[in-house]
Design a protein around this ligand. Structure first.
Ligand SMILES: NC(=O)C1=CN([C@@H]2O[C@H](COP(=O)(O)OP(=O)(O)OC[C@H]3O[C@@H](n4cnc5c(N)ncnc54)[C@H](O)[C@@H]3O)[C@@H](O)[C@H]2O)C=CC1
Ligand SMILES: O=C(O)C(=O)Cc1ccc(O)cc1
Length: 300
């Protein structure tokens, strides 16, 4: 099937970037959009994030071959319930949520018998809202599709093609595996950033000026991640609870082992780990998986 019209529900960073990317790279595809927040709809119209910003969700999805839910993962179920009954027959319903198992369950429950194919573009920044989107966000980035067992193959291929058109590379895996992998590569790193910045801020009464003055290097990088959207990340941790808790358990054990090495003066253990992690970083850069530009995530 060929996708000729796309409806984007939620016009923040991800929804806005999809709208701009489609208009840039596939101008034959019609774009409509809707956001629950009237201010966001106004800003989306001003920026031209989609061809038509609709004032009702039913108008936005009525003619769409593909509907992409771009709302926080905790809002996917209610957003899906709102589009049920207004969809074009045969439409593909997808999303961009950062966790996949709960989204697959929520969408399948709200849209029984329809073509639900969840997806996760592994591309983003710490920014959010309708001003944050940009057309090149998905270029050379992975988009992971997590179709349920028995999903219509032609629809999976049509969705994969859509993301390739936006510049993404495609991977297909099951939702449970996705959630475990992303817990360690994305969700726990965000939790660590929120924690360390919170810990430093709790010290601020004593050393307020020093936290700002010496926030070069490592701490500064953590503050970028810790500036990420609170609603989005609250939802990720609540929706991907079991995978996050599993990985957090492993992380805590490893942290405790390092604590012991430091206490006992075991430099060999520290040096061995730091050498291993340095090699991982160098491998990522050699594979071209590093941030696409030095400004990535800062200038948008
Ligand atoms: N921010 C990032 O870097 C990335 C985010 N994601 C995922 O993309 C999704 C969207 O994230 P962002 O675009 O960053 O968030 P955002 O906060 O920029 O935009 C979300 C928009 O959804 C709207 N919304 C909420 N509930 C709604 C509903 N029921 N109906 C219509 N609109 C509704 C909000 O008003 C808001 O404008 C999340 O599920 C997130 O996990 C995926 C990859 C990267
Ligand atoms: O800004 C960053 O470094 C990110 O990690 C962006 C991001 C956030 C959430 C995702 O599901 C995917 C990418």
């Amino acid at each position: 099937m060929s996708i000729q019209s796309v409806a984007i529900i939620g016009l923040g960073l991800l929804g806005g970037s999809i709208g701009l990317a489609v208009q840039d790279r596939a101008s034959d595809i019609t774009t409509t959009g809707y956001d629950a927040d009237a201010d966001v709809r106004g800003k989306a119209a001003e920026r031209g994030l989609v061809g038509t910003v609709c004032t009702s969700v039913s108008d936005a999805v009525a003619e769409a071959d593909l509907v992409i839910l771009c709302v926080p993962v905790g809002a996917m179920g209610s957003a899906a319930a709102e589009i049920a009954g207004h969809l074009k027959p045969g439409a593909i319903i997808s999303d961009v949520g950062s966790s996949k198992q709960s989204v697959l369950e929520d969408l399948s429950a709200a849209l029984p018998g329809l073509t639900v194919i969840p997806a996760h573009p592994v591309a983003g920044t710490e920014q959010s809202g309708p001003e944050a989107g940009f057309a090149t966000l998905f270029e050379n980035r992975w988009c992971i599709l997590t179709p349920p067992d028995g999903a219509d193959e032609a629809s999976v291929e049509a969705l994969a093609d859509f993301w390739r058109t936006l510049g993404s590379k495609i991977e297909i895996m099951d939702a449970e595996h996705h959630d475990l992998v992303l817990a360690v590569t994305s969700h726990i790193p965000h939790l660590i950033a929120y924690t360390i910045v919170g810990t430093a801020s709790d010290l601020e009464d004593v050393t307020r000026s020093e936290v700002i003055k010496y926030s070069a290097g490592g701490f500064r990088d953590f503050t970028r991640i810790a500036a990420s959207d609170p609603t989005m990340w609250r939802d990720v941790f609540l929706q991907n609870r079991s995978a996050v808790l599993e990985m957090l358990g492993r992380f805590t054990e490893d942290l405790t082992a390092l604590q012991r090495a430091i206490r006992s003066g075991d430099g060999e253990t520290l040096h061995e780990l730091f050498s291993r992690t340095r090699a991982i970083r160098r491998g990522i850069i050699e594979e071209g998986q590093d941030d696409p530009s030095p400004d990535f995530g800062r200038g948008h």
